[in-house]
Write a protein that binds this ligand. Structure first.
Ligand SMILES: *Cc1c(COP(=O)(O)O)cnc(C)c1O
Length: 348
């Protein structure tokens, strides 16, 4: 048997108090509606095992994943009846997995409705397309007999432009209101994180925040109310001195203009720290002083300038600034991308 591996050189610290506080804030902002939680993509990359028990203990009862492959990990923490699969069941295999586990499909098409009814499927959710034109039943199809026998718990739709002040928001709200009674669903759900910030008109019975739970701020109304949850940290794995004219990294993009001390950090594009950070990013020492990135991001490493932290040595940790709105502006990556690309080598 192999010995236990040594401690990792990458850590993703999750502030569970902030996660719980974000859920409570979003639940409060949802007015009389209850807030659920979008936990697809392994809780946006932060880890189901860390995040789902925290969300459950804070009070969340409605959890949304995208794939059937994501159901198993959820069942360690919450009952299957609280797990919804947003892509729905498109094949006999997916339908029988739904029936065997008890997780609920979000029915997105007449085809899915027919499969579910034919298999004797009971409770389900239904997604209506009110304008995003991605997944969902078209409002013109609501009279179809395929939808007649469904036992619909949540009738939902999804906003396309909630993070903008777009006329699309009110238009989708109108479409959704117009068909809210069409199928006799128990409850109604429209808003994602940004939709919650649009006001309680958009909340109905259940909201489905994802991004903002994990520290993302899709609209200014949420600034100052949502706390950072994900804190990536990386170890210095070498410290060295450069002399004037030395270059750093692939293609020698940085040239030292004089003697300087630099550190090699165990963090690269394979960990989700993409090359778009080159020339823009920095690490921080424990006092929050910036250690600018030098040259290109490699697959497993970046090199930083240690002028602001002359005492740092091999084995010390640096913080990777991950305030999501700021990091998004700087890197050109969306707040969603910044979370979901954090790689498997981070100890979560
Ligand atoms: C991902 C998703 C959400 C959560 O959206 P955020 O913008 O992350 O809050 C809600 N509803 C559906 C249907 C989704 O796919």
């Amino acid at each position: 048997m192999l010995p236990t591996p040594p401690p990792p050189t990458l850590r993703l610290d999750i502030d569970r108090d902030a996660l719980a506080a974000n859920w409570r804030t979003l639940n409060d902002l949802s007015g009389t509606a209850r807030a659920g939680a979008a936990v697809k993509a392994d809780c946006y990359g932060l880890g189901v095992a860390r995040c789902v028990p925290t969300l459950r203990d804070a009070g969340a009862r409605d959890f949304f994943v995208a794939h059937w492959s994501e159901v198993g990990a959820m069942l360690d923490h919450v009952p299957a009846s609280q797990v919804a699969v947003l892509h729905g069941a498109n094949s006999a295999d997916e339908v029988s997995y739904a029936l065997a586990t008890g997780a609920l499909p979000v029915i997105n098409s007449l085809h899915q409705a027919r499969l579910w009814t034919a298999a004797g499927g009971k409770a389900c959710h239904v997604m209506i397309d009110s304008g995003i034109h991605r997944l969902g039943i078209d409002p013109s199809e609501l009279d179809d007999p395929a939808l007649a026998g469904l036992d619909i718990q949540v009738l939902m739709s999804h906003l396309a432009c909630a993070d903008e002040n777009s006329a699309m928001n009110a238009a989708q709200l109108t479409v959704f209101k117009d068909m809210q009674n069409a199928l006799g669903a128990q409850s109604l759900s429209l808003a994602n994180s940004a939709g919650i910030a649009l006001g309680t008109d958009y909340a109905f019975d259940l909201t489905r925040p994802g991004l903002a739970l994990y520290g993302g701020i899709p609209r200014a109304e949420l600034a100052g109310r949502i706390r950072q949850v994900a804190f990536p940290r990386a170890a210095l794995i070498q410290v060295r001195d450069l002399k004037e004219g030395d270059t750093v990294g692939y293609n020698g993009e940085f040239t030292a203009s004089g003697p300087m001390r630099v550190g090699t950090v165990s963090l690269g594009y394979a960990d989700g720290f993409l090359r778009s950070w080159g020339g823009k990013g920095n690490a921080l020492n424990s006092e929050g002083r910036a250690l600018p990135l030098l040259g290109k991001v490699s697959m497993d490493m970046v090199v930083v300038d240690l002028a602001n932290a002359p005492d740092l040595k091999t084995g010390d940790w640096v913080d990777v600034p991950y305030d999501l709105p700021k990091a998004s502006k700087r890197s050109g990556l969306s707040q969603y991308e910044l979370l979901t690309i954090l790689g498997q080598r981070f100890a979560r």
